[in-house]
Structure formats: C-alpha cells, structure tokens
Write a protein that binds this ligand. Structure first.
Ligand code: UDP
Length: 272
C-alpha cells in the first residue's frame, strides 16, 4: 500500500490546530516546508497511559487515532518511525504482583502481553490511515505478529513501514522504557521520543504542583542524579552510553511530534 493524497488529507484533518489563524497556519506551513527533518530515524515510546483513558482499563479510540495521525504526519516527511508501546493501560507487573497472589515474574510477562494488545490496536489504526505497518514482538506470538528480528525491522523501516515493537525486552523486571532505549540503539535511531501527557520535564509533577518549573534542556547526568521522573534510570543510562538523545514532549498537542522532528522548539531535550 502506498502513501496517498487522501491519507495525507486525513492525517492533516486530524492534526488541525483550531486556535491558529489562517495567517499563522500558512507561515508555519511555509517554515515547515523549507526546513527538512532534523532526524532520519526516530524511536517513539508511547506509554499505555497515552493510548488509554487515565485511571481506566483499556484503549481509548480517540487517543490512539490521534497518536496514529501524528505518526502518519511524521512519515509524510520521509522519516523512519519505530514505536515501542507500553502496556500500563492494562497491566503493570509490579502493581499486579503486589495486589494479587501472582508471582512478580508472571505479572511482568502479563504486562508484556498487554503491550502486544496495544501494538495490534495501533497497527490497525495506522493502516486505516493508509500507513503500512508491522508489529514485531519480543515474545513469539506467531499467529498475530512477527518476532523481533533486528535486520528485518530495519528493512521494514527502509521500506517506509512503521514498525511497532511489542512485548518490551521479552524479559521480566524491566519496563518498556528500557525496551525503547535498547531498541533505539539496536535500530540506529537518531533520537528517542518519549511521548507524555505534559509538555516536557518539570522540576516537579506539574499536575500536582503549580510551582513546578519547565526544563527545556537537561544532561543525562542531571536526569539520573536528580532522579527526575523522565524514564527509568537504566534507559537514560543506555541512551547516554550510546549517545542517543531523548526528547520528552506532549503527544496530546496536535502537530507536536512533527515539530520535534523538524527540530523546532518542543518539549525537553536530554543529551550531552
Ligand atoms: N514489562 C516487562 N519487561 C519489559 C517491558 C515491560 O516485564 O521489557 C512489563 C512490566 O511489568 C511493565 C508492563 O510490562 O510494568 C507494562 O510496561 P510498562 O509499565 O513499561 O508500560 P507503560 O508504563 O509504558 O504503559
């Protein structure tokens, strides 16, 4: 399936920013046209929370469609996109293990399977928008998706397919943040995009603390030493060791990911 004009229009519709005047829109469009993408290959980490409704189990159709439209818009720039999906909208291993008489390792495997559910949902929504997509899982589930094979994943990306990486690392006791960092290194991503529901990294949780200050730039060490709740420390450490920058941004704001890919001022950048 090829990327068609109709799909571009559908994605553009979904990304319409209602508060912009016509004049602002056209100047933004002109700027975007003149500047090419800053990154050629990105790894997007979307947490389960981003795919669902806060505090509720399951998938929010509108949220997943909005995320798919953001991805499609970025693909329209010719950028390779791999996505690591979380599973927190269904199961988080540590929480489940503490609530039920389920061994922690088992609960983590259940959490990884939850990410496969999200991956399959995102695949269908992306393909509904005309974007060819493959799901590769770190736990073999032959009837539903491919296994993760690094070279095959890269080949899919080169062919313009979005690859959704499911089941985290395939091993318990870590999270999909770590899986995202690992995958970024493995597939040679230029940057790891961590999608959140806030504008970036703050000194405290901006939802709970009105005095929380926004931080536009951070070093890996600042994130690790100050224990800023951006990603798991192991994930940040992996990115630091391999020189993969991290961009934390709000995926709820339409057009944000495209702006980030174009190198515009969006979210918090973590790097050296
Ligand atoms: N998980 C795991 N190994 C991995 C990735 C995930 O065991 O490599 C389990 C873990 O229990 C985690 C759950 O899957 O809580 C869902 O992933 P995560 O919490 O990262 O989802 P998110 O918070 O991003 O929605």
């Amino acid at each position: 399936m090829r990327w068609g004009k109709k799909n571009c229009a559908m994605a553009a519709d979904l990304l319409t920013i209602p508060t912009m005047s016509k004049k602002t829109k056209s100047s933004v469009a002109k700027k975007a046209k003149s500047a090419g993408p800053k990154y050629q290959r990105i790894l997007l980490k979307v947490s389960g929370e981003g795919l669902g409704t806060r505090g509720e189990l399951g998938i929010d159709g509108e949220a997943i469609r909005r995320i798919a439209a953001e991805i499609v818009a970025v693909r329209g720039l010719g950028v390779d996109v791999a996505v690591v999906v979380g599973g927190g909208n269904f199961i988080r291993g540590t929480t489940l293990a503490s609530q039920a008489r389920i061994q922690e390792a088992t609960a983590h495997y259940m959490g990884m399977l939850a990410t496969v559910i999200n991956a399959l949902a995102l695949q269908d929504v992306l393909e509904d928008l005309g974007q060819p997509t493959r799901v590769q899982s770190s736990i073999a589930i032959h009837s539903a998706c491919e296994n993760f094979i690094r070279r095959r994943c890269i080949r899919h990306l080169e062919k313009g397919r979005v690859v959704i990486l499911a089941a985290g690392t395939g091993r318990p006791f870590v999270t999909t943040d770590t899986a995202a960092a690992l995958a970024s290194v493995e597939i040679g991503a230029d940057i790891l995009f961590k999608a959140t529901k806030v504008d970036g990294v703050y000194t405290a949780d901006p939802v709970k603390d009105k005095n929380a200050k926004f931080l536009a730039k951070l070093s890996y060490n600042q994130v690790i030493d100050q224990r800023l709740k951006v990603m798991d420390v192991s994930a940040v450490d992996m990115c630091q060791r391999h020189g993969v920058p991290i961009k934390v941004f709000n995926l709820m704001t339409p057009g944000n990911m495209r702006k980030a890919v174009l190198g515009q001022n969006v979210g918090t950048t973590i790097g050296d």
